[in-house]
Design a protein around this ligand. Structure first.
Ligand SMILES: *[C@@H]1O[C@H](CO)[C@@H](O)[C@H](O)[C@H]1NC(C)=O
Ligand SMILES: *[C@@H]1O[C@H](CO)[C@@H](O)[C@H](O)[C@H]1NC(C)=O
Ligand SMILES: *[C@@H]1O[C@H](CO)[C@@H](O)[C@H](O)[C@H]1NC(C)=O
Ligand SMILES: *[C@@H]1O[C@H](CO)[C@@H](O)[C@H](O)[C@H]1NC(C)=O
Ligand SMILES: *[C@@H]1O[C@H](CO)[C@@H](O)[C@H](O)[C@H]1NC(C)=O
Ligand SMILES: *[C@@H]1O[C@H](CO)[C@@H](O)[C@H](O)[C@H]1NC(C)=O
Ligand SMILES: *[C@@H]1O[C@H](CO)[C@@H](O)[C@H](O)[C@H]1NC(C)=O
Ligand SMILES: *[C@@H]1O[C@H](CO)[C@@H](O)[C@H](O)[C@H]1NC(C)=O
Length: 382
């Protein structure tokens, strides 16, 4: 199974929050009626091009949109830097889409949580009109060359208010360019989406900064808050990494989604993140094994297991599985190993939550992590 990831780990109030586990060797049709996750709801998943999981294996009966993750901009020209590795993967992906039954829309995702100089590259690109235009033009060219239906920005994360206001300009100019190009070529407009922080204000690792709500509401087809990574083994206690609710902190999906809606983003422009992986810890005392128990470091899988591996681990180790009805998530433990994850019950509750708040839909990080489509199908049918 898939074990190759890098993580972006970000300090959060002196703790840290890891976002989409991502990166690659070198280095996410708007439902205009909104909401309800019915025929026109967004049921999306990212395909990490760098794990070896074949694009031809994706069962699109569970997904309306498949995101190609990721391509990167050049730090000097700001045009997309399509390496020969990317070409092979893009061709594999494009070729595979022909075999998908039913068909799904495809979206080219740019960026990811690779860290390094990537946030600085996005910051610089977004800071000047000319570099924004170079970037925008190249994203349209690559998306059209490889027959995508849309483009996604995954900038992790804007560092200050000027990054945020430049992001707003980028979204406006990008949308205008997409409208113009569609008009010129008489083709359906490419959709524009963005994977973003779980909440509308980022208040760690730098000054508090708010996403450009007006530009997002006007120019982006939808945003995809990354509703996971709230806790991990950078902390010395166990936690629910994708808690739907948390009565004592703001680190929860309910807080994050609520913050976007309170800030003014229409619910029908929000696609809620779901995780198909979970962090693992080593318990300090195997008998102290509830949420908040003391830990000494990472657990099995070097600190992360994907859903299929969690299920295998639980079986192989006769692990105790607990549904936490406060956070609406699962954990399991065996000996000193402790794992936070989502399973069918919590995934269904989260999709019901998304429906109740009339969100546009949900997305999974990531394809290749499920076990026989168990949680993908649970989400799709919830
Ligand atoms: C393209 O897809 C066909 C079947 O759909 C497969 O046989 C072929 O190997 C694929 N080619 C590439 C380059 O992935
Ligand atoms: C981007 O594309 C537009 C429309 O084709 C063109 O007018 C503009 O000069 C291009 N800008 C850059 C920097 O490539
Ligand atoms: C905002 O953050 C970017 C990226 O780190 C940095 O290059 C830029 O100087 C910062 N701007 C301000 C005004 O602090
Ligand atoms: C689309 O093209 C028509 C002419 O073909 C023009 O009148 C209209 O203003 C264009 N719209 C945009 C958004 O470019
Ligand atoms: C956990 O870490 C905090 C600081 O991050 C420290 O104050 C505390 O003593 C640690 N607890 C244990 C049990 O190591
Ligand atoms: C949670 O967020 C609200 C609104 O931003 C803020 O007033 C409150 O202080 C935060 N609570 C915690 C525990 O961070
Ligand atoms: C599995 O664990 C349960 C308690 O959690 C125990 O009753 C049972 O005997 C264990 N089975 C094996 C095969 O270890
Ligand atoms: C949550 O679970 C606990 C322990 O199993 C139980 O006592 C409590 O009634 C449950 N609460 C809800 C709201 O289901």
């Amino acid at each position: 199974m898939i074990t190759f990831f890098l993580f972006l780990t970000i300090m959060h109030h002196g703790e840290s929050v890891s976002t989409v586990p991502v990166s690659k060797p070198h280095g996410l049709e708007s439902s205009s009626t909104g909401g309800l996750l019915q025929d026109n709801g967004v049921r999306a998943a990212y395909w990490p091009s760098f794990t070896g999981y074949p694009a031809s294996s994706i069962d699109t009966s569970y997904f309306s949109h498949v995101y190609y993750a990721f391509v990167l901009p050049s730090p000097t020209t700001y045009e997309l830097d399509i390496t020969s590795y990317d070409v092979d993967k893009l061709l594999e992906f494009t070729n595979a889409t022909g075999g998908w039954n039913p068909p799904a829309k495809t979206v080219l995702s740019i960026g990811g949580g690779g860290g390094g100089s990537l946030p600085e590259t996005f910051s610089q690109m977004a800071s000047q009109e000319y570099s924004r235009a170079s970037f925008i033009n190249s994203t349209i060219k690559v998306a059209r060359d490889y027959e995508f239906d849309g483009i996604d920005l995954d900038w992790e994360l804007p560092s200050n208010e000027s990054d945020m206001s430049n992001l707003g300009l980028l979204f406006r100019e990008w949308r205008e360019a997409l409208e113009y190009e569609a008009n010129e070529t008489v083709r359906p407009r490419l959709i524009l989406t963005s994977a973003i922080y779980y909440a509308s204000i980022i208040s760690f690792d730098g000054p508090p900064r708010s996403y450009p709500i007006q530009a997002i509401s006007q120019y982006v087809d939808w945003i995809s808050p990354m509703c996971f990574g709230y806790h991990g083994n950078w902390e010395n206690f166990t936690g629910s990494h994708s808690a739907l609710y948390d009565p004592s902190t703001n680190l929860s999906t309910d807080f994050g989604i609520g913050s976007w809606i309170r800030a003014g983003v229409p619910p029908e422009k929000i696609v809620m993140g779901l995780a198909a992986y979970g962090p693992t810890w080593s318990l300090q005392n195997p008998n102290a094994n509830t949420i908040g128990a003391a830990t000494t470091g990472t657990g099995p899988g070097g600190g992360i297991l994907v859903y299929s591996q969690v299920i295998d681990f639980n079986q192989a180790n006769n692990a105790t599985v607990v549904f936490d009805n406060i956070s609406i998530s699962y954990y399991s433990y065996s000996g000193d190993s402790w794992i936070s994850y989502d399973d069918v019950g919590s995934i269904e509750s989260k999709v019901h939550y998304a429906r109740a708040r009339t969100l546009a839909g949900y997305f999974f990080w990531a394809l290749g992590q499920d076990s026989d489509w168990v949680i993908s199908s649970a989400a799709s049918q919830a």
